[in-house]
Structures are given as structure tokens and as C-alpha cells.
Design a protein around this ligand. Structure first.
Ligand code: SF4
Length: 331
């Protein structure tokens, strides 16, 4: 099968709602993103986005609650204690986090996620989530991106009216991180066995990853029932062990995200690209993230403004330019 036939077959598979097989995903990843076939792949993904998500786009806001050294020392993360980048710890107060959530709800954000380092107290976090839900009215969905937890904790999250969890088995888990991959999978199982929705991206993707690794990471997210997937790029952070390795080209990153669109079919109708990329939006991503607070991709905190100046208004402009409409809730 040549590239154009493969793209056509993948598009038809997505339009019929199916998840693509591993072999086809790897073959799509082998296409040069700077070629004519690469362009066709992106266009096919955009057509699938029109059919599957009806050109509805959504904003996701991540609030990094604690800027503090994390003992897990992932090789790409600025918060790793060993890298010595975080000199002084700071944390959002409850009032700051509530104010931030209120601001994002007013800006039309659909998903708000409270993100922490690995060992942030889950009791405190669940308490904060409860307060946000009680004091910030709106149609948004609230979630967490935290360390490992079991089904009992997932139940407590439900009782606090959280709607979703961000979690993933990251690329080279156990190699570029000191985690036991099984511990990450156990948390994914706890989410899968609860009514909480799972949001899970292929991440953090860099030039070091093979097509097979990328395909397997995507298929793991699907296996655990992710309803939102997509790709997150590794941003080289100076001073971390992977800081010297360059970032992917924007074309390669957009291609990988477009392939998650073609491969997810109707299983994960919302496809996220992070950090946001106009090309990836043109090629079928309908979710982007604005971030404040502790940023694992940078050597500073963004307490007042969004990271890299990428705010909800900019995100909306990008979506409109690519023919999407932005909504704050699922239809
Ligand atoms: S990626 Fe998460 S677990 Fe790893 S060092 Fe950073 S904050 Fe800690």
C-alpha cells in the first residue's frame, strides 16, 4: 500500500469510528511530515476532526499548584530536585487557585486541571477541588493531574465532584523516569474502574522516540479508555538531563498529533496538542492548553500570566482561523 492509500484507509477507519491498528499507526509515523504525503495526512486528519468533533474546539487550563523540587527527578522535568533548578518553593494559595479557576471559567475554558508534583497531599487537593466546585459556578469540568492513587481515592475524587483525571504511562517510563511503569498502570486502572473520565496524551515526545514507542504509548491510552488524547512535546529544559536534545520540528509534532486523530476514531473525539501549535490545529487538533503556575517545561513559574503568553484569547483566534468554533461544554 502506498502512502496515499494508507492515509485514505486510515481516514475511512476513523470515519467509521474505529481505532487504528498498531502496524498502520507505525506506517503513518514513517511518512515524512514535510512531503506531499505529509500534507495529505494533515488534511485527512482535519477532515476527520470535522466529522468526529463537528469542528467544536475546547480550551483546557492547567494550574500548576506547587513550584517545588520533586524527588522523582524525571529526566525532562524542570521540577526534578536533582537538577537544582527550583531554588525557592512557592505554592498557589487556595484563594489564588479559586480565583484562577474563576478567571478560566469566565474565559470559556471547558477543562480545568489542578496539577501538582508527585507527592502533593491528595487530601489537600481533593479539599481544594471541592471548594472550587462549590464556589465557582459554570459548565466547566474539573480534574487533577497528580501522583499515583488507588480506587478508593478515585472514589473520593468522584465524591468531590471531580469529572476527570489526567494520567499517562509516559514514553520511556522507568528509563527517563524513576517510576515503576506498573505503578503508573495501576493508577490508570483505578481511573478506568471508576466513573472518572481519563485524559491521556502521548508524552513527552522528543526526537529520541521511535515510531513503535509512540504507537505503543497511544495504544496504552486507548486501552485504558482515554476520552481525550493527542500529543505533548518534550520541551528541552536547560539543566535537565534531556535538555541538550533538540525539540522535534513543528511539522513532525503536528504529524504525530494528526496521527492520533486518525488513529483514535470516535473513541477519543477530542485531540489535544501541547504546547499549542497552529499547524497541529490545522491538522485536526481541537484542544489546546493554557498554563499558569508551576511549569515542568520551564525554569520559572508563571503566577500571574499564562505560560509563553499563550492565553485563552490567542487560543480562540487560532481555532477560528482554522475553521473551528470554541465551546465551553460538550454539546
Ligand atoms: S514530571 Fe512529575 S513526577 Fe517527574 S519530576 Fe516532574 S513533577 Fe516530579
Amino acid at each position: 500500500m502506498n502512502h496515499l492509500e494508507l492515509i485514505q484507509k486510515s481516514k475511512e477507519s476513523a470515519l467509521s469510528g474505529k481505532t487504528l491498528d498498531r502496524e498502520s499507526i507505525i506506517a503513518l509515523l514513517e511518512i515524512d511530515p514535510n512531503s506531499e504525503a505529509g500534507e495529505k495526512l494533515g488534511q485527512a486528519a482535519r477532515e476527520v476532526a470535522s466529522a468526529v468533533c463537528k469542528d467544536r474546539a475546547y480550551l483546557w487550563a492547567a494550574i500548576g499548584l506547587d513550584y517545588s523540587p520533586c524527588p522523582m527527578n524525571c529526566n525532562y522535568c524542570s521540577l526534578g530536585e536533582k537538577w537544582g533548578i527550583v531554588k525557592e518553593s512557592t505554592e498557589f494559595s487556595e484563594d489564588d487557585a479559586i480565583a484562577m479557576a474563576r478567571k478560566y471559567v469566565a474565559a470559556g475554558v471547558r477543562w480545568i486541571v489542578l496539577r501538582t508534583t508527585q507527592f502533593y497531599s491528595l487530601d489537600r487537593l481533593i479539599g481544594l477541588a471541592e471548594k472550587i466546585k462549590k464556589t465557582v459556578p459554570g459548565e466547566y469540568e474539573l480534574g487533577v493531574n497528580v501522583g499515583e492513587f488507588d480506587e478508593q481515592t478515585a472514589q473520593r475524587m468522584m465524591e468531590a465532584e471531580l469529572e476527570f483525571v489526567y494520567h499517562t504511562l509516559r514514553l520511556r517510563e522507568g528509563i527517563d523516569t524513576s517510576f515503576d511503569p506498573n505503578a503508573r498502570l495501576a493508577t490508570l486502572s483505578a481511573v478506568k474502574n471508576s466513573p472518572l473520565k481519563l485524559v491521556s496524551l502521548v508524552e513527552p515526545i522528543g526526537v529520541e522516540h521511535t515510531n513503535e514507542e509512540i504507537a505503543d504509548s497511544f495504544l496504552t491510552a486507548m486501552e485504558y479508555g482515554a476520552v481525550v488524547t493527542g500529543g505533548m512535546a518534550r520541551v528541552p529544559v536547560e539543566g535537565t538531563p534531556l535538555g541538550e536534545l533538540p525539540a522535534m520540528s513543528k511539522e513532525r509534532f503536528a504529524q504525530i498529533v494528526a496521527i492520533t486523530r486518525l488513529a483514535a476514531g470516535a473513541s477519543a473525539p477530542d485531540i489535544c496538542v501541547h504546547p499549542a501549535s497552529e499547524l497541529a490545529v490545522e491538522w485536526g487538533a481541537n484542544v489546546v492548553v493554557v498554563e499558569t503556575g508551576a511549569i515542568p517545561r520551564d525554569t520559572c513559574t508563571s503566577l500571574k500570566e499564562e505560560w509563553n503568553g499563550f492565553d485563552p484569547d490567542t487560543a480562540k483566534q487560532w481555532f477560528h482561523a482554522s475553521g473551528y468554533q470554541v465551546f465551553s461544554k460538550e454539546k
